[in-house]
Design a protein around this ligand. Sequence first.
Ligand SMILES: C[S@@+](CC[C@H](N)C(=O)[O-])C[C@H]1O[C@@H](n2cnc3c(N)ncnc32)[C@H](O)[C@@H]1O
Length: 265
Amino acid sequence: MHRHEFLQGLHSVLKPHTYLEIGINDGRSLALSRAASVGVDPAPKIRVPLHCDLQLVTRTSDDFFAQKQPLGHLMSGRNPLRNARRGRPLFGAYTGANQVDLAFIDGMHIFEYALRDFINAERHSGWSSVLVFDDMLPRNNAEAVRDRVDQRGPWTGDVYKVIPVLAQHRPDLIAVQIDTQPTGLLMVIGADPASTVLKDRYDAIMEEWITPDPQKVPEALLERIQAVDPSSLLGAGFWSALSRRRGRRSTLNAVRRELTSLRGF
Ligand SMILES: C[S@@+](CC[C@H](N)C(=O)[O-])C[C@H]1O[C@@H](n2cnc3c(N)ncnc32)[C@H](O)[C@@H]1O
């Protein structure tokens, strides 16, 4: 399954009210959103029709997140009438509805940028948010170089390093590799906006993981040994409970159980 087909399925099973996309390019992934959306890209070249209530931000993601209220466009205010006019949940400011329901992290394909995008996006997320990274399963070491020499072919950069880093430093998150074409996805559920673990350990993580080219992608990622089938994932039973934010602990346990069986171990 192509990554855009999976994302389309994800919009359909999750039914997010709010969507954040980092890295828009020609707009093909943003075109899948029907939710209130914020799209961030310093140089977007939108060539397809869009169908969402969009704030387009032509800045880098670091500049975007450095603002005081970067995701104000998605949020309900205190005035229910004004919220109704904007199509936001009437009492969202009081009911915890002010979060990013779905985020797609597909900006600069360098490890530290992708990790920072996650750290920043998580601050605006909740346990039921779904955060998806693109290009996490390169097919060879050449695709994974940090310094992109060939501008024409597919390029994942070394963002795949986010996978072992989250596994090591954030075992509380549910992270699942997805076997999409061409270069795989990573989906993260169970976000904790109060967590400062990655921020606190950021310098040590950089010291350990930023290495000069060539990169050596672990065999298990190249072979997609732990990656789940995208159709089976979209057919899982937990989506509606996640979408309605029902029963935090029981829903997250159901997600873990189903992912274990989808992986086959
Ligand atoms: C692979 S493309 C995005 C493709 C799009 N998400 C899709 O699936 O159709 C990556 C985009 O990230 C943007 N980008 C590069 N550096 C960025 C940064 N620091 N912050 C946000 N976006 C960035 C580029 O301008 C480019 O348009």
